[in-house]
Design a binder for this molecule. Structure first.
Ligand SMILES: C[S@@+](CC[C@H](N)C(=O)[O-])C[C@H]1O[C@@H](n2cnc3c(N)ncnc32)[C@H](O)[C@@H]1O
Ligand SMILES: CC(C)=CCC/C(C)=C/COP(=O)(O)OP(=O)(O)O
Ligand SMILES: [Mg+2]
Length: 293
């Protein structure tokens, strides 16, 4: 069976040969991931994200630190900021109709896919290396009765089963640091229709700093990823008919999320690296929206 023959039901049991040993490691990493910071935030409203938050903290919603509900309120607030991040990405996809197909490259547990379907009413196809994540995303889609519109598959985002020009828009939400950017944008460029939109939200190292800082190296080691520079994104897009329409530095918008998260009981130990690298300018959180020309 090839990955193109997958259906939602069999996505969980089909384990393809990874394209590289590295991809095998990443599949295992996400199959085994069960950090409370992700599960407990997702439990707030059933949207499970593996990305970070943006926007001002609503201190009134947090209430008093001695409040017996304070931890629950903190979790709800962190989750609100993560969903706000996904809303911003979706806003940049442009005019999407009900008959369009969107592609989420590196879809995780599918939170952004559900939000995209709820916003546009369209089909959303996601790919992840992790069978556990695909199974989770498809189970959520089933529970929401949107399984005919939202589907996750176990598949390499560099070689997808989608037809050339099939997608009205596609995105990477914090998933592009696992792949070579030229290979990635060549595949997005292939599956996007001419005039389609590509959006990424990503962390990238800042060429103005010089080289990846020790904090960036720490983030790479923590997640087994390979953070690219801002320059690499723009160069690889230009080489693949993706022309930036907006480049937004979200660094000041994501710092409040990290400062709040650092005070929670759900810390994972990576908070300091994000906060320090955003503050010293070596690392940036950016949204890039590009037109497929
Ligand atoms: C940090 S998570 C982001 C998940 C999701 N985009 C979100 O915002 O919740 C990274 C995701 O990228 C996926 N990924 C990494 N490399 C991949 C590849 N080559 N092909 C498909 N998915 C990949 C992982 O399986 C994981 O689902
Ligand atoms: C911006 C960068 C560099 C992101 C790296 C990719 C990544 C692991 C994102 C968050 O996943 P997660 O939600 O599973 O992480 P955590 O458990 O820290 O919340
Ligand atoms: Mg998380």
């Amino acid at each position: 069976m090839t990955s193109t023959e997958l259906t939602a039901a069999d996505a969980s049991v089909f384990i393809p040969n990874p394209a590289t040993p590295y991809q095998g490691d990443i599949a295992r990493y996400w199959d085994g991931e069960a950090r409370p910071v992700n599960l407990r935030l997702g439990d707030v409203d059933g949207l499970y994200h593996h990305h970070y938050g943006i926007g001002e903290v609503d201190h009134a919603a947090l209430g008093d630190a001695n409040d017996s509900e304070s931890e629950k309120k903190l979790i709800t607030e962190l989750h609100r900021l993560e969903s706000a991040q996904a809303e911003l990405l979706l806003e940049h996809l442009g005019d999407i109709g009900r008959d369009d197909t969107l592609v989420d490259a590196g879809c995780g547990r599918g939170g952004s896919m559900v939000m995209a379907h709820q916003r546009f009413g369209c089909k959303v196809e996601g790919v992840t290396l992790s069978a556990k994540q695909a199974e989770f995303a498809n189970r959520r889609a089933g529970e929401l009765h949107i399984q005919d519109h939202v589907r996750a598959r176990v598949c390499n985002m560099l070689s997808t089963p989608f037809e050339t020009g099939q997608a009205a828009a596609s995105w990477n939400n914090e998933s592009s640091m696992y792949v070579d950017l030229h290979d990635l944008f060549a595949e997005h460029s292939r599956i996007l229709k001419v005039g389609g939109r590509y959006v990424t939200i990503t962390g990238c190292w800042n060429p103005r700093y010089g080289q990846p800082s020790k904090w960036v190296s720490q983030i790479n080691a923590h997640f087994e990823c390979n953070i690219h520079s801002r320059r690499e994104y723009l160069r690889a897009m230009a080489d693949n008919r993706l022309v930036p329409q907006a480049v937004i530095d979200l660094t000041p918008d994501t710092l409040p999320y990290w400062e709040l998260r650092a005070t929670s009981s759900l810390v994972t130990g990576i908070e300091e690296a994000f906060i320090n690298s955003y503050r010293d300018g070596s690392f940036q959180y950016v949204l890039i929206a590009a037109d497929r020309v």
